[in-house]
Design a protein around this ligand. Structure first.
Ligand code: SF4
Length: 145
């Protein structure tokens, strides 16, 4: 990601995710790129005076990753002076979970960003570790072929 290398856009799991998002929320906006931010959100809307960004996921299996992703977007928006609330939507399971950014989240994100920057400054390529998730990952070919 740091070197702007995109995963395989034909990856069937990415494709299913895109289809799901398009089919389920036809009237809402999709894949909104937030200016100056490394973020692409699925839905952005105003509701009851709150600005909301939402991510649409295929299943709750990796919901913790989705929550972290959304909190990172909320953090980046807050740094730009925009206060948003977040939502994770899993249409197949009829789940809609509200996500808010708290002080502990901010500490965690800032510490993680520091660690990532330290790691990137070393200029070394990490050795991939094969995990069960690898077979569905859009970066599979970069790591294993
Ligand atoms: S190690 Fe596995 S999960 Fe990580 S980028 Fe490579 S294929 Fe994807």
């Amino acid at each position: 990601m740091y070197h702007q290398i995109c995963g395989d856009q034909m990856n069937e799991f990415l494709y299913i995710g895109r289809l799901l998002s398009e089919d389920t929320f036809k009237r809402k906006k999709h894949e909104i790129v937030l200016a100056d931010l490394p973020a692409k959100v699925d839905i952005i809307e105003s509701r009851n005076g709150n600005m909301i960004i939402a991510e649409v996921k295929k299943s709750s299996r990796l919901i913790e990753n989705g929550i972290l992703q959304l909190k990172y977007y909320l953090y980046m928006l807050k740094k730009k002076g925009y206060i948003f609330k977040g939502e994770i939507k899993i249409p197949k399971e009829k789940i809609s979970k509200k996500i808010e950014l708290n002080d502990d989240d901010i500490k965690f994100i800032e510490k993680s960003l520091e660690e990532i920057n330290e790691f990137l400054s070393l200029g070394i390529i990490p050795t991939p570790e094969k995990k069960t998730i690898c077979t569905k990952c859009s970066h599979y070919e970069f790591c294993w072929v």
